[in-house]
Design a binder for this molecule. Structure first.
Ligand SMILES: NC(=O)c1ccc[n+]([C@@H]2O[C@H](COP(=O)([O-])OP(=O)(O)OC[C@H]3O[C@@H](n4cnc5c(N)ncnc54)[C@H](O)[C@@H]3O)[C@@H](O)[C@H]2O)c1
Length: 256
């Protein structure tokens, strides 16, 4: 396919990428940018209709929609193996899917805790492991694990247990970066701030949204594409010497 000049420098043409959480928000925007950059995208989400709609919006061919629950580790392993076999390679994994319910500390029961850990954190560990194995034969790979500013500064607005999962992602990223670096595979964390998606608005009122906005030096929530571009940078040739890094796309939120 013809690649726009500004996107051709990213070196993504012909790359094979798995993107989780591709039915909505940041994952959908990242999948769209990768597809527009010439990558072949395997867009995954538990929302089967949503992820099919994402792929239907791509130009070019060779993309696929996969309905998958990332809490199911066997399904994650099978997805990576199926992709590597069908495409003959796997170059990029964007671990973006997650869940958030805003609950007071007393409201988080064991089932909720387990669900958050399994969807947000455990899935990323096993997808990193499976993707790393699939990338090793070509000695090239890019893994981007999406965390959150809450993982660095703690949860707010009822996101205490969620913040724990996001802190874990930063540590697992660094460990995989050390393990996979000698194989030509970089592993980085993207830490979004307040990005205007369905998740950001979950359980928020006009007042809490305004309180969140007022803490952002840039003075507004980010757009999904503004955050997704940072993930695509980490997945590109431009970031060849960046690994184990935490890149914040947050309008300066962490400075406050
Ligand atoms: N939006 C923000 O302000 C913000 C801030 C910090 C971090 N993040 C992180 O960015 C990432 C994307 O969030 P978003 O705001 O785009 O959210 P979103 O809710 O718009 O999208 C999340 C997607 O993940 C999918 N998903 C949920 N559970 C799944 C499962 N078990 N298996 C497969 N897919 C599943 C959902 O169906 C949805 O399409 C998340 O990791 C989130 O924690 C977002």
């Amino acid at each position: 396919m013809t690649v726009e000049p500004s996107l051709s420098r990213l070196g993504l043409d012909g790359r094979v990428a798995i993107v989780t959480g591709a039915a909505s928000g940041i994952g959908k925007a990242a999948a769209e940018i990768l597809a527009a950059s010439g990558a072949r995208v395997v867009a995954c989400d538990i929302d089967a209709d949503g992820v099919r709609a994402t792929v239907a919006g791509f130009t070019g061919s060779g993309h696929r929609a996969e309905a998958i629950d990332i809490a199911d580790i066997a399904a994650c392993d099978a997805l990576v193996q199926r992709t590597a076999k069908r495409e003959g390679r796997l170059d990029i994994l964007l671990n973006i899917a997650a869940v958030l319910r805003r609950l007071d500390v007393e409201e988080v029961d064991e089932a909720e805790w387990d669900r958050l850990m399994n969807v947000n954190l455990r899935s990323q560990y096993f997808l990193c492991r499976a993707a790393g194995e699939a990338m090793k034969p070509r000695c090239w790979g890019r893994i981007v694990n999406v965390s959150s500013g809450a993982g660095l500064v703690g949860g707010f607005f009822g996101a205490t247990a969620y913040a724990v999962t996001k802190a874990g992602i930063m540590t697992l990223t660094k460990s995989f970066a050390k393990d996979l670096g000698p194989h030509g595979i970089t592993v980085n964390t993207l830490s979004p701030g307040a990005i205007d998606t369905p998740m950001q608005r979950t359980g928020m009122t006009k007042e809490t949204l305004e309180a969140a906005r007022s803490r952002i030096p840039i003075g507004r929530m980010g757009l999904p594409a503004e955050c997704a571009r940072a993930a695509v940078f980490l997945a590109s040739d431009l970031a060849s010497y960046v690994t184990g890094h935490i890149l914040a796309a947050d309008g300066g939120f962490l400075m406050r």
